[in-house]
Design a binder for this molecule. Structure first.
Ligand code: IFM
Length: 467
């Protein structure tokens, strides 16, 4: 295996989403399901909300300047649908669209390529009131909105994600009810909403291609279970690969998760292979969605990359009959402040298994660490755990790349500390520290480590540290 060379085209950067950083219900933005959710007592930790958050809306120039200082050549930003179209469809809020126009210009002037996500969970409340993702029209609502954004920005923006983690806004938002809109629908309705979400992705891909001013590079950003083998034996590797995609009730990941919809194949087989996985179809029985003529063709519009979102995973071995079996983590196993196990090899095996099945270049859409960082007496933010996390995870990715893996970009989550949905502000994910009282931004130590990695093209990352 040679030393990794990520190449000069590799996208190195960090990610954010509009609702989590923008703040300010001003500027003509319409309400989203998250505004309504935050108002409901008990929904969000400490009663926090995103009314102010990072004030990125007014401080975006300062933010782009610090991103530049951090050495990124790319930045994954999201567009707020209700900021562009306050009612979800129809009238466009010129002030909202102008904001993204200026942001894109500012990024380009700083030498940072914008990778734009069209939908990152702040669903327009007005559309939810019209049935939301349960309504078949939701697919064209999203495509119409996307067409407006793409028509305006595609003379400068080349890279697009249609949506971020449908597994979360459907699974957590419409099944488990812990995210907005807080619904606990039955499986049949959840699968219908998921199907419409997939149709919306496909129609949005079409809208991007049809309205682009230049050649667009289009993908999406799903999450899903990542299993990594307990050993290098062929049996354990096969068992881990099976666990990533097998929808049968015998899949230990599919069974133990509260939501079997985290298994990758339910979402990604339709997009990349043009069909739902047969074992999932059997498992869900009468609850499966109605498929109309043309739906699968819409959903499987060709895309250019797989924007994998990977934070953690499970260790899996082959059981007595070869079937996957989860290896329990030892007591005190390293974990983030949110309790997510630290498993750097997920950034080797996740891309490996996803690429084997879908044959699409990988872009790491998100990867990062929640931690309770604070400002030290000397004014620095010595987040040693995040620096170590970065080196370990990126080393695993470098090892995959060195072995021939096709990875085109890495976006750390998050660009800056922000509103972590129902967890409020108690955990920090940023490379940039934000003081939520004064608004002051400071690069954390990990941002400097990341900058060094970027400057040397990742060459110090190899070989990967031991598991
Ligand atoms: O903050 C979120 C982000 O919005 C989507 N992916 C996971 C992150 C951490 O929970």
């Amino acid at each position: 295996m040679s030393s990794p060379d990520f190449g000069s085209d590799f996208a190195w950067g960090a990610a954010s989403s509009p609702y989590q950083i923008e703040g300010g219900g001003t500027g003509g933005r319409g309400e989203s399901v998250w505004d309504e959710f935050c108002r409901q007592p008990g929904r969000v930790f400490g009663g926090h909300n995103a009314a102010t958050t990072c004030e990125h809306l007014s401080r975006y120039k300062e933010d782009v300047a610090i991103y530049r200082e951090a050495g990124w050549n790319a930045y994954r930003l999201g567009i707020s649908w209700p900021r562009v179209m306050p009612g979800g469809t129809g009238a466009v809020n010129a002030e909202g669209l102008d904001f993204y126009d200026r942001l894109v210009d500012e990024l380009l002037a700083a030498g940072i390529r914008p990778w734009v996500t069209l939908f990152h969970w702040d669903y327009p409340l007005a559309l939810y009131q019209r049935g939301g993702w349960l309504n078949r029209d939701s697919a064209s609502w999203m495509a119409d909105y996307a067409a407006v954004v793409v028509s305006r920005l595609s003379d400068r923006v080349r890279h697009w994600f249609t949506m971020n983690e449908p597994q979360c806004f459907i699974g957590l938002g419409h099944f488990r009810g812990v995210h907005a809109p807080g619904d606990k629908l039955g499986l049949r309705q959840v699968l219908r909403a998921a199907h419409n979400t997939l149709r919306a992705h496909g129609e949005t891909v079409r809208a991007i291609r049809a309205n682009s001013d230049g050649p667009g590079i289009v993908g999406w950003a799903p999450s899903g279970v990542v299993a990594m083998p307990a050993s290098d034996s062929a049996e354990d590797i096969a068992a881990a690969e099976t666990a990533c995609f097998d929808m049968s009730a015998g899949n230990p990941l599919g069974r133990n998760e509260p939501n079997p919809l985290w298994v990758n194949s339910w979402w990604s087989d339709p997009v990349y292979l043009g069909r739902y996985p047969e074992d999932g179809w059997l498992r869900f029985g009468d609850a499966v969605p109605e498929i109309e003529q043309g739906d699968m063709e819409t959903i499987s519009q060709p895309v250019d990359f797989y924007g994998a979102i990977i934070y953690t995973g499970s260790i899996v071995r082959a059981g007595a009959d070869g079937a996957p079996e989860v290896v329990p983590l030892t007591p005190g196993f390293p974990a983030s402040s949110l309790g997510w196990p630290i498993l750097p090899e997920s950034l080797y095996w996740g891309p490996e298994f996803l690429f084997r099945r879908y044959k699409s270049p990988i872009v790491i859409g998100e990867n990062g660490l929640a931690w309770n960082d604070w400002v030290a007496l000397d004014g620095s933010i010595p987040d040693a755990m995040r620096s170590d996390f970065l080196r370990r995870y990126l080393s695993a990715l470098a090892r995959w790349k060195s072995g021939g893996g096709d990875v085109r970009g890495y976006f750390h989550w998050a660009a800056m500390d922000n509103f972590e949905w129902h967890e409020g502000y108690k955990d920090r994910f940023g490379l940039v520290h934000v003081d939520f009282v004064t608004g002051q931004r400071t690069l954390k130590s990990s941002a400097l480590v990341f900058r060094d990695i970027i400057r040397e093209g990742g060459r110090s990352l190899f070989p990967a540290p031991p598991r």
